[in-house]
Structure formats: C-alpha cells, structure tokens
Design a protein around this ligand. Sequence first.
Ligand code: PMP
Length: 347
Amino acid sequence: MNNFDLQALVRPNIWALKPYSCARDEFKGREASVFLDANENPYNGPLNRYPDPLQEEVKAVLSRIKGVPAENIFLGNGSDEAIDLIFRIFCNPHVDNVVAIQPTYGMYGVCADINDVSYRNVNLEEGYRLNADKVLEATDMHTKAVFLCSPNNPSGNALDPNEIEKILVNYQGIVVVDEAYSDFSDYEPFRLKLAQYPNLVVLNTFSKAWGCAAMRLGMAFASKEIIGLFNKVKYPYNVNLLTQQKALEMLSDITKIQKWIVSIKKERASMLPAFADLPICEKVYPSDANFFLAKVKDANALYNYLIDNGIVVRNRNNVALCGNCLRITIGTPEENCALLAALRKVK
Ligand code: PMP
C-alpha cells in the first residue's frame, strides 16, 4: 500500500490523548508482596485485585495459537468493543464516514449511529459477492474505515480474498476484516497477512468456534501502532479477571475446539442439502460459517410457526437483499433434526 499515513487518519484529540495511567500500569514486572497502591480491599483474593490491563498472559498464549505477535493483539469485551473503538479512534462525528457492505453484521451501523458518523452501504452483488470497485467508488477523503465481514453475516459466504486485497491496496484508510466465523472457513485467515497491510484490522472472537459467547472476549489484530491506539482509548480494565482466567483454560485445550469445528462443519454439510429438499425452501445459500441463509416461501409465517414449536431461528426478512430469508445456526445433530422434523410438517 502507498502512502499510508496513520496520524492523518486518527482524530486529533485521540492522537494527542494522554491515557489514564492506572495503578497496575505504573507498577509492573517487579516482585512485590504488599499492594497498597490501588485502593483495593486487602480481603477476598483474588477478586479483590484489579486484573492485568493488557492481559499479557492471555496474549502470550493466543499469539502462539493464532500465529500473530502479542504486540499485534488487542483484547476487548467482545469484538463489539473493538468495532466501537474504531469509530472512537478514527471518526470525527458529523465529518467522517465509513463504508460497509450490505447486507452485513448490524453492529457496524449501530456503532456509526451511536458515534454520529455517517454510514455508507454498498450492496453485495448476486450471490452476496464483494465487488471491490464498488466499495472503492463509495469512499471519499472523509472515509476513515471500510467494514468487510468474511464469512459474512447474514449471508454466510466468505468474500473473495482477491477483492478484499484490492481494497487493502487501493484504499488509504482502515480496512476492517471481521473474521468472527473464519474458523469454519477453508480460506487463509487475513490475520496472517498483517505484515503486508499497515491499514488492516482483523477481528476474531471467542463467541463462535471457541464456544464462549458468555465470556465476552474479542480480539483485534493490527499493526503495533494501531494496537497502541486501541490500548490508549479502551477502559483501563476492559477484560475482567474471570474472563482472562477462563480464556487461559479454554486455550489450553485446542483439541476440544478443533473437534467442535469438525462436527459443526460436518453437520453443515448435511444440513444444507436437507434444508434445500424441504418443500418450504426456495434456496439455500452456500456457507463458510456455522450458520446458513435460506430463502423460504414466507419467512414471517415460518418464523412464527417455529417459535410456536419452541425453535428460534433468525428472521432476516426485513434486511436489505434478504427478503424472505431465515438465518439458521448449525446446532447439535439433535437440534438440527428437530428443526428439519418441524419443517417437514409444514404443508
Ligand atoms: N462480528 C460478527 C460478524 C458477528 O456476527 C458477531 C456476533 N454475532 C460479532 C462480530 C460480535 O462478536 P462478539 O460476541 O465477540 O462481540
């Protein structure tokens, strides 16, 4: 990429910001046994102590598993925290804008609204394919970030990596590649291309393949400089001790996670054709994720029918380019069978 100028992209108040220095930032790396620096309660260990603000132990293990140096990792309260931080770091309200594909994950637009930043949609092509030129055309001198989600939610397909790279090369702002679902895809993850692209921010999460949505732990991978900005703006103790401890426990047993991924992918392979065979189904879209999008005859009626049968899917009927579509998560074999059995009864 030519002429990437990080400072020119960052809001001036953020570039100049002197972050809050917490007690655990000031005392670091030396041995001590008496902690009288943070106004904590001396009783009720270990919950009485503030957690590591930069989660170094978790990052050290993650670095090995994800193949990304620890200095290129940010951890947040879900990847939603990283999404919000991108707006707060780069986008001046009322002045700047971001560009995102449509349909896509709803939080990019919600965070844009919360931060009072204009949000530009670029429709995906037939088959929910990414057209890099259309995205590039939608950007202007005030576009601070482009949001790409791959595999995309709600369509389920991975975006063409060549089109993503075309945007990374030709656009001078931040390119966010949200790979929340990439563990279910066979494409090479973009986090392994960080060294090539100083404008790349990749999002991952513990909420999907790692089975820890309740834990609220998300990751952003980016250049050391961009990670420095995330750390400067985040709340001092944004990831609590219980989450850090549980993350270390989960990271110690990757085999279990890999088995889940294999079984979810296997179920996906049998669910898609089974769903396509249902009389109510008009089309099933290909999926690189742990869910799939299906066009049905009457999504609202079917959604309500499933609710009456104790089965909840996601009705995407009101989402642009998703008329009469339901988004269905791959569950256990028993859950998937229950869904198919209920739908086979529909006349
Ligand atoms: N990105 C995408 C594409 C998602 O679908 C979701 C959650 N549905 C998230 C990010 C948010 O993940 P987290 O639980 O880490 O906040």
